[in-house]
Design a binder for this molecule. Structure first.
Ligand code: T4K
Length: 398
């Protein structure tokens, strides 16, 4: 949209009607082929096999293994439980290093098991954990590092794993955002001891709710399978502490249907990402987080950084403008896990300065994408942002 057009956008904050009559969400689920999904649900009814390692779960696991190029995929009910089980199967305890800039589930999966998450700062260029900040956080109680591939862009696996080898720490990855993405041409999923995917409804591939641990380690995979099923090794034998982390058949049916539509979903995300890049080009202090060209990406997050030193409106002001237009932009992952309870009040986090996390978390907004967002929607959203920035005074109610 040209700046001439942008100026003619009537903003809802100035008393006009919102640009969108229905809310545009970040995380509206993508659908696969409805008929295929309903066929699978009918089959589940006919089979009367609803959960407990059913045939659709096995098929889903086999397809993920092939797609990612790993020996084992252990499907679970969601990624938070998958993280918890992976952490327990790897026998982590005491303290584990995690980035503060992540969804709260990464930290809670540790805390829930009375393991202290110790928050590291990020690299502002990648938004991922900064390996050089880790060593000073290590204590005799540290047992591991969890890297998070934020927005699907791989963290520095080489540096993290070399630290892990040198300091005898286990390294695993929260790959909740990174299904289908690569790192140096290799599919994310085979790094570290194991990696965890999320197939939540808001993710590019979804199972309604779902997650999976992927690994090349046979022994670990066996343990994960037992632990997701209460530790049962037979009808009457329990050999590990376990929980109920099983994926249901209907969730696997959705996962399979979603996987079959993956090419189309990623193509839509990529198209929208390019439309945002064009629509936001040249705006002062507003930059779109890019995906490295040689890598494969799922483009599931449209992440915009707003530099308050340059932009006429800061992130919070822009988000308020967008919300008034029914564009429900999100402030992921503000204010950082270390600023949320119970970590905020913990003596571990209270005195910790994480300058890059705090600065970036205050600048990021995530915009809607996926199948429910058209190129026209993207153009309208970019037009709103452009109009708000070109006439910031108009963003205050008359
Ligand atoms: N690690 C990382 C790094 C993660 O980002 C996540 C989850 C996890 C671990 C844990 O994975 P899971 O245990 O969830 O598998 C959302 C998602 O719920 C969450 O899965 C995701 N990350 C996080 C980044 O975003 P919320 O609380 O911000 O949004 P939520 O679930 O309210 O959904 C966002 C919007 O999407 C809603 O306002 C409306 C729309 N929506 C949502 C659902 C569920 C729909 O239109 N239809 C729907 O069915 O966490």
């Amino acid at each position: 949209m040209s700046s001439q057009n942008a100026k003619s956008v009537n903003l809802a904050v100035s008393g006009e009607k919102p640009a969108f009559s229905e809310p545009l969400h970040v995380g509206r689920p993508n659908l696969g082929n409805r008929e295929e999904m309903l066929r699978r649900v009918n089959e589940i009814f006919d089979r009367r096999w609803f959960t407990n390692d059913g045939p659709l779960v096995k098929d889903f696991e086999a397809r993920i293994q092939k797609l990612v190029g790993v020996k084992h995929c252990v499907a679970m009910c969601n990624a938070t439980i998958a993280l918890e089980i992976a952490i327990r199967a790897l026998e982590l305890r005491g303290e584990v290093i995690v980035p503060a800039y992540t969804f709260i589930a990464t930290a809670h999966a540790l805390q829930w098991q009375e393991i202290t998450p110790v928050f590291a700062d990020m690299d502002p260029a990648t938004h991922n954990i900064a390996p050089e900040t880790i060593e000073r956080l290590i204590t005799p109680r540290t047992t591991g590092i969890i890297g998070v591939h934020v927005w699907g862009r791989a963290c520095d696996t080489e540096a993290l794993e070399s630290l892990g080898r040198r300091l005898n720490l286990k390294v695993l990855y929260d790959a909740a955002h990174a299904f289908g993405c690569t790192h140096q041409g290799r599919k994310i999923g085979s790094f570290g001891e194991c990696e965890v995917f999320s197939f939540h409804a808001t993710k590019c591939i979804n199972c309604f709710e779902g997650g999976a641990v992927v690994t090349n380690n046979d022994e670990l995979a066996g343990k994960l399978r037992l632990m997701r099923n209460f530790g049962f090794a037979g009808y009457d034998t329990v050999i590990y502490p376990g929980t109920n982390g099983k994926m249901t058949e209907v969730c696997a049916a959705m996962g399979l249907t979603s996987l079959e539509a993956m090419e189309e979903i990623v193509a839509v995300n990529r198209r929208n990402h390019e439309a945002y890049r064009n629509g936001l080009a040249g705006l002062p202090g507003v930059s779109l987080v890019c995906y490295d060209a040689p890598e494969t990406s799922n483009f599931q997050y449209v992440v915009v950084e707003v530099d308050p030193e340059v932009s006429p409106l800061n992130r919070d002001e822009l988000v308020a403008v967008l919300h008034s237009e029914n564009v429900l932009a999100r402030k992921y992952f503000w204010p950082g896990c270390h600023q949320m309870e119970p970590y905020r009040s913990s003596p571990h986090s209270a005195s910790r300065l994480l300058p890059h996390t705090e600065s970036i978390a205050a600048r990021i907004m995530v915009l809607p994408t996926g199948q429910t967002v058209s190129c026209e929607d993207v153009a309208a959203i970019c037009g709103i942002i452009r109009a708000a920035l070109e006439a910031p005074a108009r963003t205050h109610a008359p």
